[in-house]
Design a protein around this ligand. Structure first.
Ligand code: SAH
Length: 345
């Protein structure tokens, strides 16, 4: 199989051009065809010499994901299953928001499946197949933008996979999406969400761009977290808090803590107290999430009254908190759900 040019980083593209004996400016041209204009074939790269295009075609191609399935929610949210060159399927979601739907957020995947085994997550059930390439990440955003016919303003790495388990490709992809010449999404409007991979958080804190970091916390009690999120039990809460404090100190940026409220599991008074303690001395914002029902799960979301009580208690303890609105629940928009339900059919 030929290598798709969009699996290569910007530097790799520049190197490839140099190796081919072409002048350096051709590297920039190649990068722009592949990632800014995102053409479908090498033949369309009309400002590259024909002989060079023919040489490229011997070993390279352009492969892009295609829409395998699309579901549109009553609230305007669109959920996509994209098929990749090797047949693998991934999910993305497009979420319009704002008074005039002027914002369009894309939730993108970073891996096919996921290895993290979080107990409440539908993707966890399929395990990890492989990392996504740079192009497979970038293309999700472009395909959603084309389908809506509207500029994407925000992106969040909250689809399938653990972004920091595919750090290099994810970083290169969000850099390309941030490129002012391309889709030009502002760095502050680019969020990566992690289950708490400490090395990834440390590295992310050294990146020059003002990207946003979100942590899937879900409980501040260690024994519960070890059960709910078994693959991060080796990265305990005190170490996570210390790493986040260092991150905020180095970047001056506030982190978002995501907390799924699960009835009778992590929504009691002792859970709230542990969360308040975790947040004390940490520059953070707590985002409470309603649990999305996934099949074969006994767990139910906590009621709105619980969420309101949590928000006011956190606010009284000087931690900002809000409840995320659930979008697209009629189309199985929660992590991994749509793909699972389509594959069963
Ligand atoms: N692996 C990364 C990003 C993908 S998951 C992470 O863990 O952050 C994106 C978000 O969806 C995470 O906060 C995750 O915990 C949450 N999530 C997983 N299953 C869910 C469910 N059933 N209902 C609601 N949110 C869920």
């Amino acid at each position: 199989m030929k290598t798709s040019l969009n699996t290569l980083s910007r530097n790799q593209l520049l190197f490839l051009v140099k190796e081919a004996g072409q002048p350096a400016f051709r590297g920039k041209q190649l990068y722009e065809w592949v990632f800014v204009r995102q053409v479908d074939s090498i033949d369309e790269m009309t400002n590259l010499p024909k002989a060079f295009r023919q040489a490229l075609e011997e070993n390279y191609c352009i492969a892009k994901p295609s829409i395998y399935h699309r579901a549109v929610s009553k609230d305007g949210t669109r959920k996509y299953i994209f098929q990749l060159q090797d047949g693998a399927l991934i999910e993305s979601v497009g979420i319009p928001s704002g008074k005039k739907n002027e914002r369009l957020t894309v939730c993108f995947s970073t891996q096919v499946g996921c290895a993290m085994q979080c107990q409440f997550c539908a993707t966890a059930k399929e395990g990890l197949t492989r990392n996504l390439t740079i192009g497979e990440i970038v293309c999700q955003v472009l395909l959603v933008q084309e389908d809506f016919g509207q500029r994407v303003t925000n992106i969040v790495g909250m689809g399938q996979g653990e972004p920091f388990a595919n750090y290099d490709n994810v970083l290169e992809a969000i850099r390309i999406l941030n490129d002012p010449k391309g889709i030009a999404i502002g760095a502050r409007h680019i969020t990566l969400s992690t289950c708490g991979i400490l090395q990834g958080i440390q590295r992310f804190g050294t990146e020059p761009e003002q990207f946003t970091l979100a942590i899937s916390l879900h409980t501040a009690i260690q024994s519960k977290r070890d059960k709910l999120m078994p693959r991060v039990s080796g990265m305990p809460l005190p170490a996570l808090k210390k790493t986040l404090q260092e991150y905020t100190l180095a970047t001056n940026r506030r982190v978002t803590l995501e907390y799924l409220l699960i009835k009778g599991v992590n929504d009691g008074e002792e859970d709230l107290k542990a969360l308040v303690d975790f947040c004390s001395g940490l520059l953070c914002h707590v985002n409470l999430l309603p649990l999305n029902d996934i099949s074969d799960s006994p767990w139910k979301p906590s009621g709105q009254a619980v969420a309101n009580h949590w928000i006011s208690t956190l606010m009284n303890n000087d931690t900002e908190a809000s409840m995320r609105q659930s979008r697209g629940s009629d189309i199985d928009a929660a992590c991994g759900q749509l793909k699972n339900s389509i594959q069963k059919k």
